[in-house]
Design a binder for this molecule. Structure first.
Ligand SMILES: NC(=O)c1ccc[n+]([C@@H]2O[C@H](COP(=O)([O-])OP(=O)(O)OC[C@H]3O[C@@H](n4cnc5c(N)ncnc54)[C@H](OP(=O)(O)O)[C@@H]3O)[C@@H](O)[C@H]2O)c1
Length: 280
């Protein structure tokens, strides 16, 4: 029997960490794509304690750096001829303007451009698997702002619209994948996990301030175990969730900017051009 393989980005914290801890019995092999290999090595030990039979591999991948994404993809495609399920989970929030090494606004680079390239590079071996599954951790923040040109190097920075646009990008990616590959068997779901108590955004302020803010907000957030359930459900129940946007486990209509087909086309085409790719 062919071994089943899961690849997940951002497994070292928050929703990704809780997700992979629960999915540790669902796959024969798990590829942990992480920018911090020390954290990933600790996680590997924890996962093996829970399931000594699972094979765990660490793949260094900084999604904000295109060469790192290409290297990680190359490492994977060189070794494996199939991946059953890719979970595009990693993401960041930045409250001040930062640029990636490639010159893109950092949230757009990390949350959208890197995952787009990774997905593109892994798609042939995902389509070569039995499950053919991609789960995109998007966000209800896609409703924050319409996509605006210049897409990847905006003239003005606003943390709310900047984050929102990067997550709208992930939603467009999921829709594009569905449109072009679902007939060939790809099962893709975009997920909004809800407001979840994780480390996201905490690196923008001092630890003391982060703890104060997050303690105040904590009653409004769900735990990582609860927040990860929508991702886990999408992975475990593709017959229910494939082709849909899951809002905390409930299938929901995509509204406003999320259903702007013309803008989606323009944005995806611009991404392909930027990355020098012919098609997704
Ligand atoms: N928390 C929420 O309320 C919420 C709501 C809606 C959507 N989301 C989405 O959920 C996803 C997971 O976020 P989270 O809340 O669990 O945050 P988190 O606790 O901060 O975890 C983020 C993960 O992404 C990784 N990561 C960050 N930058 C990276 C990079 N350049 N390259 C590779 N990996 C990188 C982090 O690695 P390190 O461990 O090395 O930092 C970490 O593993 C994100 O896509 C986020 O947008 C979260």
């Amino acid at each position: 029997m062919t071994e089943s393989i899961l690849a997940i980005t951002g497994p070292t914290s928050g929703i990704g960490r809780a997700t992979v801890k629960e999915l540790v019995h669902d796959f024969d092999r798990i590829l942990l794509l992480a920018r911090n290999l020390k954290k990933a090595a600790c996680l590997k030990k924890e996962l093996l304690d829970v399931n000594p039979k699972v094979k765990i591999e660490l793949i260094e991948c900084d999604l904000s750096i295109l060469t790192s994404v290409r290297q990680a993809s190359h490492t994977i495609t060189y070794k494996y001829n199939h991946i059953d399920c890719l979970i595009n989970n990693a993401g960041i929030v930045k409250t001040s303007r930062r640029e990636s090494m490639d010159g893109y606004e950092l949230m757009m680079a990390t949350n959208y451009i890197g995952p787009f390239l990774l997905t593109h590079e892994l798609l042939p071996i995902i389509m070569n698997s039995e499950r053919k599954q991609i789960t995109v951790v998007s966000s209800g923040a896609y409703k924050f702002a319409p996509m605006k040109k210049p897409f990847f190097k905006p003239k003005h920075f606003n943390p709310i619209s900047g984050y929102g646009r990067s997550k709208l990008g992930t939603l467009y990616l999921a829709q594009e994948l569905y449109e072009f590959y679902s007939r060939k068997g790809l099962r893709v779901t975009a997920v909004h996990p809800g407001a979840v108590s994780t480390n996201i955004g905490k690196d923008n302020v001092s630890k003391q301030l982060a703890d104060t803010i997050f303690n105040l907000l904590d009653p409004f957030f769900v735990s990582v175990e609860e927040g990860s359930q929508s991702v886990i459900k999408a992975v475990r129940q593709p017959e229910k969730y494939a082709g849909f946007y899951s809002d905390q486990g409930e299938i929901a209509a995509v509204k406003q900017y999320g259903s702007d087909f013309k803008m989606r086309r323009e944005f995806i085409d611009a991404t392909l051009k930027e990355l020098d790719l012919q098609a997704l």
